[in-house]
Design a protein. Structure first.
Length: 120
């Protein structure tokens, strides 16, 4: 199956409350999107341990090292492949955070704040 024209999906990892979302990432990098989404779930599990900025930096570092270790025997592939993988990981991570923020916003929109009323 040729999936070069298919988008990667940010799938529902945490339950039925999150619908899948098509991303602007080629499906061949789905494994990177999934890794990013899983890393973001780790952020929610460790909310009191690390701030978001520190967590995403640490998660990206670990992921980047993993991708580089896999591509060490393919030096011509490294720059473009690693960048695409890193971008896809970030899309998965930030997409998962965005899903949760949208859920949080919906839950709190019934008690709309003055800011929410001004934005809408």
């Amino acid at each position: 199956m040729n999936n070069s024209n298919q988008p990667a999906l940010l799938v529902n990892l945490a339950g039925a409350h999150l619908p899948p979302v098509a991303l602007s990432v080629p499906a061949q990098f789905q494994f990177c999107v999934d890794a990013g989404a899983v890393a973001a779930v780790g952020f929610f599990d460790d909310l009191t341990t690390l701030g978001l900025h520190d967590h995403v930096a640490a998660a990206m570092h670990v992921f980047f090292r993993s991708v580089r270790s896999v591509t060490v025997d393919e030096p011509d592939l490294v720059p473009a492949f690693v960048q695409s993988c890193t971008d896809a990981f970030a899309a998965g991570y930030l997409g998962r955070i965005q899903q949760e923020l949208r859920l949080f916003h919906r839950k709190n929109s019934t008690a709309a704040s003055p800011y929410a009323r001004a934005v809408h």
